[in-house]
Write a protein that binds this ligand. Structure first.
Ligand code: SF4
Length: 418
């Protein structure tokens, strides 16, 4: 989108576009100055971001004018990078992919998609088709770094990996945050530009913002209460919160009861986790846990949200599952001020399976470490060993798009053929 702005930015009138760096999708106003530098501001009329931008939007021009920006194919040679033509590049890549496929089998070709893929219509539309055409099981992406826990919970609980409920920030009366720093991320996995203002508004309308985090973050400055927790113990805290909700008869599934199964089973499971038992393990005082559970269950509306701090730990999947459970059993799923499902212009539920797959789990496992696939991809944590460990289906070629799985700086399609 930014790119289009630049193509047409030949006069002084502002161009209105969307910052495509992150999912917050802030509206931006771009004006080209006489010296060709860009004046990038938040678009006050954007109904979603309402004028908010973060410093990264202003820095978009640094990418645009970066002298190292790759604008044509290059080939690595003994004498460094050599510029080649597009036809030559496509031909060489296609021939090598065919050769490697013939010699080592289809799983010898791996793919890695970086985060910007989902912020680009072209990549979003055409990358899946290209990857499917390779018929490889060695598919990786940035998704498995930090957010598959959300998708797994959504797939197992709601039947589709993209049915991700998001906090109704603008109406909630109690926002409980675990392991997230939305004041900086602008609401990762909930798309909320200008989150600082929204958190202040919760408090201004008499609500509360409560943060559970081992670190005093930027979000902690905006919260009513910050409870420090020992890293990696969120699962115990969530179980203890649910323990109190069940023990004190505070469950109220509401209209969801007609299609919610297993609430009693959860009650039996969490019976083993009273706050007094988990307090020393989590570092959160049992009286604080009890108070929080009561506040959450009795609030006019409440929503629990957890992000990278709870997803990227041993029990990440269970944490995201329990967060959904807490919202469900307190009647806060699918209601104003709670965790709500979105009404997207593109509805994944009615889309063809090829465009928005429902999800899958453990249909196959990675070769070296036996990790399960999710929705056709393997956790990227195993990519290096799948390249380095010899044997059938060892990765011999890697196609990356908009990603840096080796933590190297790279901007376009990177090709490694052996
Ligand atoms: S939060 Fe920053 S990087 Fe993300 S879309 Fe908004 S301006 Fe761009």
């Amino acid at each position: 989108m930014f790119h289009h702005a630049m193509k047409t930015a030949d006069n002084n009138s502002p161009h209105y576009r969307t910052c495509n760096l992150t999912e917050a999708m802030c509206g931006i106003e771009i004006t080209v100055r006489a010296d060709k530098s860009l004046d990038i501001r938040g678009d006050k009329d954007d109904p979603f971001s309402r004028g908010y931008i973060c410093p990264k939007a202003v820095a978009l021009q640094d990418i645009h004018y970066d002298k190292d920006r790759l604008k044509h194919p290059v080939r690595r040679t003994q004498n460094g990078w050599q510029r080649i033509g597009w036809d030559e590049a496509f031909n060489e890549v296609a021939q090598n992919l065919k050769r490697i496929n013939r010699k080592y089998g289809r799983n010898s070709i791996a793919t890695y998609l970086g985060n910007p893929t989902v912020h680009n219509y072209g990549a979003l539309l055409f990358a899946p088709g290209f990857i499917r055409s390779l018929h490889t099981r060695n598919r990786f992406s940035a998704t498995s770094v930090d957010q598959l826990a959300h998708h797994l919970a959504a797939y197992l609980m709601f039947g589709h990996q993209l049915l991700l409920p998001v906090p109704d920030l603008d109406r909630t009366k109690l926002f409980l945050i675990l392991g997230a720093n939305p004041a900086v991320s602008n609401g990762s996995m909930m798309t909320a530009p200008g989150v600082g203002r929204r958190l202040q508004q919760i408090r201004q309308r008499g609500g509360k913002v409560i943060l559970i985090d081992p670190r005093f973050t930027e979000t902690a400055r905006l919260a009513d209460r910050h409870l420090f927790i020992k890293p990696g113990t969120d699962v115990l805290l969530l179980l203890a919160l649910l323990h109190v909700v069940f023990e004190e008869g505070l469950t109220d599934v509401g209209p969801l009861a007609a299609f919610t199964k297993g609430v009693e089973t959860i009650g039996n499971l969490v019976a083993e986790f009273p706050p007094e038992k988990v307090a020393s393990l989590t570092g959160v005082d049992s009286s604080q846990i009890r108070l929080l559970a009561r506040e959450f269950a009795s609030a006019e509306s409440a929503v629990c949200y957890g992000r990278i701090g709870v997803s990227t730990q041993e029990f990440g999947g269970v944490c995201q599952w329990l967060i959904n459970v807490l919202n469900i059993v307190t009647g806060n799923l699918d209601r104003p001020g709670g965790a709500m499902f979105t009404l997207p212009a593109f509805d994944p539920l009615s889309a063809p399976e090829s465009l928005a797959p429902r999800g899958s789990f453990a249909r196959w496992h990675s070769r070296v470490r036996n990790l399960p696939e999710f929705a056709g991809e393997l956790p990227v944590v195993t990519l290096a060993e799948e390249i380095l460990t010899e044997g059938p289906s060892q990765i011999k070629a890697l196609v990356t798009s908009a990603g840096t799985p080796c933590y190297r700086r790279r901007t376009a399609v990177d090709w490694i053929g052996r």
